[in-house]
Design a protein around this ligand. Sequence first.
Ligand code: SF4
Length: 351
Amino acid sequence: MNNTASTRRPFIIPIFLPHAGCPHQCVFCNQTSITGVGRDTVSPEKVEQQIHEFLKYKGNDRRPVQVAFYGGNFLGLEKEYIERLLDISTKFVNNKEIDAIRFSTRPDTIDHDRIEIIKTYAVTTVEIGVQSMDDRVLATVKRGHSASDTQRAVALLKDRHYQIGLQMMVGLPEEDEASSLFTADRIGELEPDFVRIYPTIVLKNSLLARWHENGMYRPWSLERSVAHVKTLYLFFKKKNVPVIRMGLQASEDLDSGAAVLAGPYHPAFGHMVHSEIFLDIATKIMAHKSVSHDTVTIKVHPKSISKMRGMKNSNVETLKRRFRLQTLKILPDATLAEDQLTVLEPISKTI
Ligand code: SF4
């Protein structure tokens, strides 16, 4: 079940360029809220300083290091600015302090000319904000591009052997589960190296916030979002496409509610999805075994204990209720894979 991109995830130095290079503001977006970085604060000099600071945190971490330009539309920036940012990053690459460069960008800015700009630099990974492959949804959220732009962009990048990450959203206006599964299906066909899945949150000062206030948009509930993202996660797992993130990265503004007006934001969204998957598997095994004992023990990999337990022990309580158990023990077993669990024979049984 655990679907990691690689056993050696890079150490990422994130540089946020909120809305930089964006042709307009998409209805759901407010990068200033998400990243906590102001729009006009990122000069190339500041980028250099940020990289230095992050390298100090890195300490003895031996993972490959990547600088990542996020929060805007990287290839939509002025050519000179792109080159200045990449030149700065390259100094660190040449010093062997950084291994590679990655960025996120819109599909409609990926073309031959833009790829020419980056081709001599150590860019290995391009993340594309797909959001949806349903043209009706894309038009509603005023993305300004179509699904075919994504298909064309992925083909161009694949030709040049870039690693490709595709980001999709869930619960956009005009989107239901069927539309979202359609998006997942099209993304699966493109065979990306990884995907990220973001539930739609109503961020303050976004156009979506106005739609929400005047009743034009109702966000999905947390339960509905977790249930659907679980389906998507399992879908991508079957296709061998790693899902490297589910839910927005927690931040002070998001956690305090300062940036969020409504919607299924939870700082541990991905954890909730994994917990539901563990609950489903345990239920299936226990039902199959016709468990009817006082005490049952479930073993999982040590890293998966909290996922098995669920938020605030909710999985334990649910399983105890479902199978009328007095005690349910969750024990670590490092011989198991992180996505595996075993249900042991009963420890005791009341006669
Ligand atoms: S979703 Fe992407 S392209 Fe749209 S406004 Fe936000 S950063 Fe810019």
